[in-house]
Design a protein around this ligand. Structure first.
Ligand SMILES: *Cc1c(COP(=O)(O)O)cnc(C)c1O
Length: 441
């Protein structure tokens, strides 16, 4: 574990400064945070306030160091404060950082992404993954002249009203809002289907096919923990969409540049009509994007009738950190380096759980992985939901005590970066074995 000369780690970790910062934050920020999961609601305890980060290491306000597997929820694939990205950012800063007029770097980032994703001929940048999916479904509706959107239970696409839904009872149903403040009328055009269930989606198309504008999916689910698509599932969605004139929309906000250069669509060999991106493409600054073939993208304003805009969209500073990040992931051997690290951690965690006698199921696709506290298999939301979330919460805190920062929820993934050293990964595995043993006592 990294040394900190100023603040040597004491056996009983103090988190006083984080606790005080949280108290102050709660007086002025709703719930003390700007995104709910950060409040540690699912695992209990007080969130750590972060002072700085470098490589794979987070440092909290009390000077405690943690090996980080959250990675800002995905973007930090190079690790924190990567020097190449920092250099690109400071170069961009010198030139001023927002004009509300076109800049060349937007074209450069677009060319880079379109070179990697054959399914897209044109792209538009927005400021978040939420905006990307919200705009993508508007575009799908505008292009097809239809209203219905199909989404899958357990998939998260950001917080646009019509996607904040849950299924009712039964296999495949019209959605009901999963958040207060979302009118039923807004979700009445959203159908929720179980993930990885070919029969259910066939049934939905048989019933509603002519009204379906698009099917929106995380091609590897990452927001119910990591749940890969079963063999043939994505191909079946492709076929159903093609047969019914509906658009297939891959939400690759998490998987884009995470599971490989061409995203999950390249990994599984299934071509969507519209792709949503975010997270890695901004390198840690707020960037989202959606793209498709020209025929679809040309429906967007100013060429077409589908409106979508953004004051800060294509922001030159965010484009610079995004481009520097994507240049780094294009370096030869990048994804094999990432895979080597992710595989080492996964194998180590399997062994640790076996030695400690704790039944787990680990799902992994490249550098996305989740250890579910249950015997498994985990293939959809109803199986993911059988996990022992109380045990996960204990594991989470036991790992924090041992200097490892995991996601504060069972239903999130661990993200590996290329900045994680083998020493840090091995220390994580040793911490996990110790933590897992402590759960039993
Ligand atoms: C993170 C995420 C989003 C939302 O992105 P934000 O930038 O948080 O709005 C959408 N879809 C998927 C698959 C995500 O992982």
């Amino acid at each position: 574990m990294a040394e900190n000369a100023d603040n040597p780690q004491t056996p009983t970790r103090s988190t006083e400064k984080s606790a005080a910062a949280y108290e102050s934050a709660r007086k002025v920020l709703a719930g003390g945070v700007n995104s709910p999961v950060r409040a540690f609601g699912a695992v209990g305890g007080t969130p750590l306030f972060i002072a700085r980060a470098k490589g794979a290491v987070l440092v909290d306000m009390d000077g405690n160091e943690y090996i980080d597997y959250v990675g800002s929820w995905g973007p930090m694939i190079l690790g924190h404060a990567d020097e190449r990205v920092a250099a690109a950012a400071s170069k961009a800063l010198d030139k001023g950082w927002s004009y509300g007029a076109p800049t060349e770097i937007e074209t450069r980032l677009a060319e880079c992404i379109l070179g990697d994703f054959e399914s897209m001929e044109k792209i538009r940048f927005v400021n978040s993954g939420t905006e990307a999916t919200m705009s993508a479904i508007r575009l799908a509706r505008g292009f097809t002249g239809r209203d219905y959107i199909v989404k899958f239970e357990g998939c998260y696409h950001g917080h646009a009203d019509s996607l904040l839904v849950k299924g009712g009872s039964g296999l495949a149903t019209f959605a009901t809002p999963s958040s207060a403040g979302v009118p039923e009328a807004v979700t009445s055009c959203t159908i929720v289907a179980p993930y990885n269930d070919v029969d259910a989606i066939r049934q939905i198309f048989a019933q509603h096919g002519k009204k379906i504008a698009g099917v929106l999916i995380e091609p590897v689910a990452g927001n119910m923990g990591c749940v890969p698509p079963i063999e043939g599932f994505l191909a079946e969605l492709r076929k159903l969409c093609t047969d019914h004139g509906s658009l297939l929309i891959f939400d690759e906000v998490m998987t884009g540049y995470r599971v490989g250069l061409g995203g999950a669509q390249q990994l599984y060999g299934v071509t969507p009509d519209i792709t949503c991106l975010g997270k890695v493409i901004g390198g840690g600054l707020p960037v989202g994007a959606y793209g498709a073939r020209a025929e679809i993208m040309d429906k967007l304003s100013p060429l077409g009738p589908v409106y979508q805009a953004g004051t800060l969209s294509g922001n030159p500073l965010a484009m610079a950190t995004g481009l520097a990040t994507l240049q780094a992931v294009h370096e030869k051997g990048f994804y094999s380096q990432l895979e080597m690290r992710a595989a080492r951690l996964a194998e180590g965690l399997e062994a640790a759980a076996r030695h400690a006698g704790v039944p787990i199921t680990q799902n992994r696709v490249g550098s996305m992985a989740t250890v579910f506290f249950q015997p498994g298999p985990v293939t959809d939301w109803s199986s993911a939901a059988r996990s022992d979330t109380k045990l996960y919460a204990k594991f989470f805190h036991a790992m924090l005590e041992r200097g490892v920062y995991l996601a504060p929820s069972q239903y999130e993934v661990m993200f590996m970066s290329v900045a994680h050293t083998f020493e840090q990964i091995d220390a994580t595995i040793a911490a996990a074995e110790d933590a897992l043993r402590s759960l039993k006592s």
